[in-house]
Design a protein around this ligand. Structure first.
Ligand code: ASP
Length: 299
């Protein structure tokens, strides 16, 4: 059986490389993907995820994360959690619960504390400075407060045909306190079904959640579409629908992988992603929209 992992944005490369070694050595998809996402969360240089993430309008780092197990369809998710080191691990833990699988704010923090997860002040000096700078730019150049966001999302399949997906993000820069994006919403930010495949999204959460786009990609793969066709169809048809009904569509990028380790990407903006399989070295690609197709090349 094949193994594979695909992830949003170049920042995921190190994690993808690490996970690919774990998968090659026979570790399972859930643990491999968790480690990969934690590497992104723990790196303060990646300012849109985890430690050093971009703060909300009150200069607080509120984090969203989601995890889905494609065998049991179990989901665990967090919205707006503060001061915990690895949201993906907390989301994974929640996916093992029967009830109360999606927790927000102080409820999520209490659960994380009781379950023994490490707490940490996730605001770095750099992210505080970025916040101050943006406040100034908003005054001087009327720059949109929301420019600056990127979610790490991954789909991972192991040698034993287990397939999982997960996301972790600080969401939109300068978001309102309490704002939750698509990333922790199953079906919007991520979806996984081991008998079919998985998908994850990044971009403007307010638009992604209007189309339940990750679920839609998995549904099309189940109907027999190749992951590449499924991702392109969902991104472009939904972008067009938004343009028609609302006048514009925000940034939407999706990566997906089916149960055979075949993968695809669809995007309406320039977008980088990382992928590794038993047949492909860990690599980063840059994707772009070309009509109703997504073209990509090695970074
Ligand atoms: N989708 C995320 C959100 O809206 C942000 C991103 O992926 O860039 O919170």
């Amino acid at each position: 059986m094949r193994w594979g992992i695909i992830a949003t944005w170049e920042m995921a490369l190190e994690g993808v490389r690490h996970a690919s070694k774990m998968l090659e050595n026979g570790l399972n998809a859930a643990d491999s993907m968790e480690e990969a996402i934690k590497m992104v969360e723990n790196n303060p240089l990646y300012t849109s995820v985890g430690y050093g993430g971009l703060p909300n309008e009150k200069c607080e780092v509120e984090l969203d994360a989601g995890f889905m197990d494609g065998n049991t369809l179990s989901v665990g998710a967090l919205g707006g959690i503060k001061d915990f080191k690895n949201p993906i691990s907390i989301a994974k833990n929640l996916s093992e619960e029967r009830f109360n699988i999606f927790l927000v704010g102080t409820g999520a923090e209490e659960y994380a504390h009781k379950s023994g997860f490490e707490s940490k002040n996730m605001l770095t000096e750099e992210s505080r400075k970025a916040w101050e700078k943006r406040i100034q730019e908003m005054k001087d150049k009327s720059l949109s407060p929301y420019d600056g966001h990127d979610t790490v999302g991954m789909v991972c399949i192991d040698k034993y045909e287990n397939l999982v997906s997960g996301t972790s993000t600080s969401g939109l820069f300068m978001k309102k306190k309490g704002r939750v994006g698509d990333s922790p919403l199953p079906g919007s930010g991520y979806y996984a079904d081991s008998q079919v495949g998985g998908a994850v999204a990044t971009g403007l959460g307010e638009d992604i959640m209007k189309g339940c786009l990750s679920y839609e990609v998995v549904r099309l793969m189940e109907e027999g579409l190749h992951p590449q066709q499924a991702a392109e169809k969902v991104v472009y048809e939904f972008s067009k629908k938004l343009e028609k009904r609302r006048g514009k569509a925000g940034a939407i990028s999706i990566v997906c992988m089916n149960k055979n380790g075949e993968w695809g990407v669809g995007t309406n903006v320039e977008f980088s992603f990382a992928v590794a399989t038993d047949e492909e070295e860990p690599r980063v690609y840059v994707a772009n929209k070309d009509g109703d197709k997504t073209i990509y090349h090695l970074a």
